[in-house]
Design a protein around this ligand. Structure first.
Ligand code: KIV
Length: 260
């Protein structure tokens, strides 16, 4: 655990100086673990829908569920900054966005993240106007998976490249303290990183971002059904956990009636 507490400003100041390590946290023990490992940015991601709650995607996650997990993470009092995802359909208008962001802040988040940029600019400006720090999220937007029909790499053609650059600039102007770039082609992610003053935090977007973020259960190899290609866990911790549980089960004392 580090002495100094991270803030949106300290995260922003890492750009060009120090890589930003960000990981998802969904509960108290995970937040403690990340804190002990010195992770400066903890995201209560709506990926918890899949890796904790068993939903098929993030679109079913509710604000109540997010607030519940944010409270658990906040109880760990990590030195790292706690950001939380605004779930799907909870930031449709500026007033709804502010109300939803306040719910997550009241639960213990110190910043929120929303997917998109120019398409939700009034909502982001409203969040910024009430003093709530926010992270942007561009590229593949998991909350749009149903309308897009899958998870697809972004930035492959000139139109997508231009739109991503314009969106990244709009987020910087709207006051974001960083942008998650998910499944953006490495060359476009590098171009965005060089073009803006706020840090980019990549996931499956190559190594030329200001930081990297992963779903922690992917990194540890404990995600239940699927580990994305951009993550190569050194070891599947799930296999070790299975061994421990099976070992324990097999050594249970037999009921006395079956002993002889
Ligand atoms: O919900 C999530 O886990 C995310 C990723 C970018 C890490 O948004």
């Amino acid at each position: 655990m580090s002495e100094t507490r991270e803030t949106p400003q300290t995260i922003l100041q890492r750009k060009g100086r120090e890589p930003i390590a960000a990981l998802t946290a969904y509960d108290f023990p995970m937040a403690k673990l990340l804190d002990d490992a010195g992770v400066p940015l903890l995201l209560v991601g709506d990926s918890l829908g899949m890796v904790v709650l068993g939903y098929p995607d993030t679109t079913l996650v509710t604000l109540d569920e997010m607030a519940h997990h944010v409270r658990a993470v906040a109880r760990a009092k990590p030195s790292g900054l706690i950001a939380a995802d605004l779930p799907f359909k909870t930031y449709e208008t500026p007033s709804q966005a502010v109300e939803s962001a306040k719910r997550l802040i009241d639960a213990g988040a110190e910043a929120v993240k929303a997917e998109g940029a120019q398409a939700i600019l009034p909502q982001l400006e409203a969040i910024h106007a009430v003093g709530i720090p926010f992270l942007g999220h561009l590229g593949m937007l998991p909350q749009h998976v149903l309308e897009e029909g899958g998870y697809r790499i972004k930035g492959r053609d000139e139109a997508e490249r231009g739109a991503l650059l314009a969106d990244a600039r709009a987020l910087g102007q709207a006051g974001a303290f960083g942008i998650v770039l998910e499944l953006v082609t490495p060359s476009v992610a590098a171009e965005i990183t060089a073009a803006i003053d706020i840090p980019t935090i990549g996931i499956g977007s190559g190594s030329d971002c200001d930081g990297q973020i992963l779903v922690t259960t992917d990194l540890l190899g404990t995600s239940p059904d699927f580990i994305p290609k951009h993550v190569r866990p050194d070891e599947l911790l799930r296999e070790r956990m299975l061994g421990i549980i099976r070992g324990w089960r097999e050594t249970l004392p037999k009921p006395s009636a079956t002993r002889e």
